[in-house]
Design a protein around this ligand. Structure first.
Ligand SMILES: [Zn+2]
Length: 319
């Protein structure tokens, strides 16, 4: 078993690193990279998008914050519990030890509590939030898109600086927060576990049944639990020995657990410093990597179940 896992891991990393897959039968996880794939790119069938540098968090720990209002459909407490469980699925994955004696993926994720700022943004030089927001009123990405995670990173190294998650609570109706999940319901736990994978830098997998599969069927609950392919992903990027797999080798994690967002933590949205009182010197020009950081989004798309007798899979928007 361990050799099979190992082979899949290595193959997957190669897929993430080169343009063309040489083994179309070797289905495996994919990593998000610094080069955005075309909007119609589908890992199912096409394999991993191979251009760019794969993304990773360098820190041993990272923090996220839910927007304080949560959703009309989910209380703050219920949402916070579901998010905590979702991230723990990833961070608690058991990896092959490979002789190190350690089997846990080397990334930890902490809930930093509610925040006022719900902006999907990253600002260099000021405090930030890795925020999770619920969209009850408007959703601009299309009705079939259930969640969308935006990651900001250094375009040269692939190091992630910030991630924000948006959940389409407007269109997920009915939304199931607790079991049992009705056949026509959207399982909140499944959706946020999938988005948590994007938060950690993992892209869509072409392995049916995996948490990172791009399509979700109503009533489905299997995405709550990681499949072997998802575990291979988290264990490859955040190796138990603390290193992160990158394009041409590995980088060592920042050893201390510091979940503070890059630039500091603030509940409020921050404006760029302009020298007002805080300083007599002008704001420093940012390093090239920060200034050039790009945003990349990955989404989970619903595949609505066609009910018996229905002519098509058309759906209605319920508010
Ligand atoms: Zn997705």
């Amino acid at each position: 078993m361990s050799s099979a896992v190992r082979g899949r891991r290595l193959g997957a990393f190669a897929l993430a690193s080169v343009l063309v897959s040489t083994a179309p039968s070797a289905r495996a996880f994919c990593r998000t990279t610094t080069e955005k794939s075309p909007p119609d790119y589908d890992a199912v069938g096409a394999g991993c998008w191979g251009r760019g540098v794969p993304l990773f968090w360098r820190n041993a720990c990272l923090g996220y914050s839910m927007h304080r209002t949560a959703s009309r459909k989910i209380s703050y407490e219920d949402a916070a519990n579901a998010l905590s469980t979702a991230f723990t699925r990833w961070t608690g994955a058991t990896c092959p030890t490979e002789g190190t004696g350690r089997s846990r993926a080397s990334i930890d994720v902490r809930d930093l509590g509610p925040v006022e700022c719900g902006n999907i943004e990253y600002k260099s030089g000021v405090a930030n939030q890795n925020v999770i927001v619920f969209r009850d009123e408007t959703w601009k990405y299309g009705q079939s898109v259930l969640g969308l995670t935006t990651v900001v990173y250094n375009p040269e190294t692939g190091e992630i600086y910030n991630a924000d998650m948006e959940i389409n609570t407007l269109d997920m109706e009915p939304l199931a927060v607790r079991d049992p999940v009705a056949p026509d319901a959207y399982d909140f736990a499944s959706v946020v576990t999938h988005e948590a994978g994007h938060f950690l830098g993992i892209a869509h997998s072409d392995v049916p049944g995996s948490t990172m599969y791009a399509r979700y069927d109503q009533g489905q609950t299997s995405m709550r639990n990681l499949a072997p392919d998802d575990i291979s992903a988290i264990c490859t990027v955040y190796r138990p020995d603390g290193d992160r797999a990158v394009l041409n080798g590995k980088v060592t994690q920042a050893p201390q657990c510091d979940p503070t967002p890059r630039g500091g933590y603030s509940s409020e949205c921050q404006e760029k410093r302009t020298g007002c009182g805080a300083s007599t010197s002008p704001a420093k020009p940012t390093a090239g990597g920060l200034a050039a950081a790009l945003a990349l989004a990955a989404a989970l798309v619903a595949r609505r179940r066609v009910r018996a007798g229905a002519a098509s899979s058309s759906s209605t928007r319920a508010r």
